[in-house]
Design a protein around this ligand. Sequence first.
Ligand code: BTN
Length: 235
Amino acid sequence: DVVDSTNDEARRQAEAGAADRTLVWGGSQTGGRGRRGRVWQSPAGNCYSSLLLRPAVPPAQAAQVSFVTALAVVEAVDLCLPAGRRVTCKWPNDVLVDGAKVSGILLESRMTSSGSVDWLIVGCGINVASHPATADYAATDLRSAGAVVEVPVVLEAYIGRLELWLRRWQEHGFALVRQAWLARADGIGAPMQVRLPDRTLHGIFAALAASGALLLLEQDGNRRAITAGDVYRAA
Ligand code: BTN
């Protein structure tokens, strides 16, 4: 019912030898974490889960799972909502409903001493009954967007889609995932701000590189590959 963070519990399970596809689900979290050390507010009523994976891939490929996961969330959210809502992926791994964030994904991993992936934890929060008031971006939840749905149904839809997309990724590689992600992407061709720890870059979201990096076309014509950062649509 209550856990510090499903990612932390999944890590403890991983270190104790739990198997690939072990799922941790929390009713609420006392120490929910977002990307870049941010707090993920975690009251009861929303969906908090972490899936433990032990993929036999090099670390660079493990990062592709964030796109795989975003696709699973997009499809699950789509299944829950009434027709007419626009559900999109925002680079690198948020999911939006009509432009407002409904879900965030946090991947954490550990390498073995030989450099392969020991475990990869796919943490995912989906706002079902409530969403936080946020200053720098719009947020929403499934109920506010018109869904009449309970957390277990959302979790089942998400995990089912995730299993499907993980299999597609394993069988066909990242190209298929990249193509599907692009078909659901928010903001391709739009002016963007990319906030890095030390500065903000401005440009057009030109494309998604084969690696998954965001290609930003800067005002001086330079194409810059962004591998991490917070992206906002320019006003
Ligand atoms: C983000 O958008 O910053 C990522 C948010 C990830 C939140 C989920 S909720 C389940 C799992 N446990 C955590 O502590 N964080 C992730």
